[in-house]
Design a protein around this ligand. Structure first.
Ligand code: HEC
Length: 181
């Protein structure tokens, strides 16, 4: 008797779940059906002031930024070092500190870390309101502050803020800021 009771409860549960699934699939009578005229319909509704279609914002490009927008928010000592930096020396810093074991500027090469191809453009858009120089600097000296989606946190060494002298660090960031479209 008890067993039967439990079983019927089980059936009831399955029925409830199925019911919820069917209800969830039912079309919403008020929803706009996709039709070949959809564009015209939306246009008409927009013209009537009922809905406003915002254009999808295109990602910002590094080259569209002013120098101030590139370096905004940097710690003062690093901003000064970056102003005096030599980007042509940055690749050597990346080599001698082992960065290139996990990062490549070649987009076709998959490594443990995200690509450096167009990194300056990526850096513009990673965190709204954070300048690309500030983002890249922070990514190097404090990699745990922001973990790139789909990449493991805690893998990139967090020692570089101490192990790399500030002039070398500035050359490195200046070099990475040259990686853009
Ligand atoms: C052991 C592997 C490893 C090494 C070595 C390493 N990184 Fe990374 N790096 C990562 C991983 C993994 C991420 C993504 C996860 C995260 O955000 O911490 C990352 C993220 C970054 C980012 C952010 C990239 C983006 O697309 O937003 C920058 C910039 C960066 N690393 C620079 C460096 C520099 C410069 C060095 C050397 C001084 C270095 N990394 C050394 C693994 C590494």
């Amino acid at each position: 008797m008890k067993l039967l009771h439990r079983r019927s409860l089980g059936y009831l549960f399955v029925l409830l779940v199925l019911g919820a699934m069917v209800a969830g699939c039912a079309p919403n009578a008020n929803a706009q059906l996709v039709s070949p005229q959809l564009g015209a319909q939306l246009y008409a509704e927009e013209a009537s002031g009922e809905i406003v279609i915002e254009p999808t914002p295109a990602p910002l490009k590094f080259v569209d930024l002013t120098p101030e927008q590139v370096t905004a928010g940097l710690p003062a000592d690093f901003a000064a070092a970056l102003a005096a930096a030599d980007a042509s020396k940055g690749e050597t810093v990346a080599l001698s500190n082992g960065c290139v074991g996990c990062h490549s500027v070649d987009p076709a090469v998959t490594m443990t870390g995200p690509t450096w191809s167009h990194l300056a453009d990526t850096a513009v858009n990673r965190q709204p309101g954070v300048s690309p120089a500030n983002y890249i600097h922070e990514s190097i000296v404090n990699p745990g502050a922001y973990v790139v989606p789909n990449y493991p946190g805690g893998v990139m060494p967090a020692i570089y803020g101490e192990s790399i002298p500030i002039e070398d660090l500035a050359n490195l960031v200046a070099y990475l800021l040259t990686q853009h479209e």
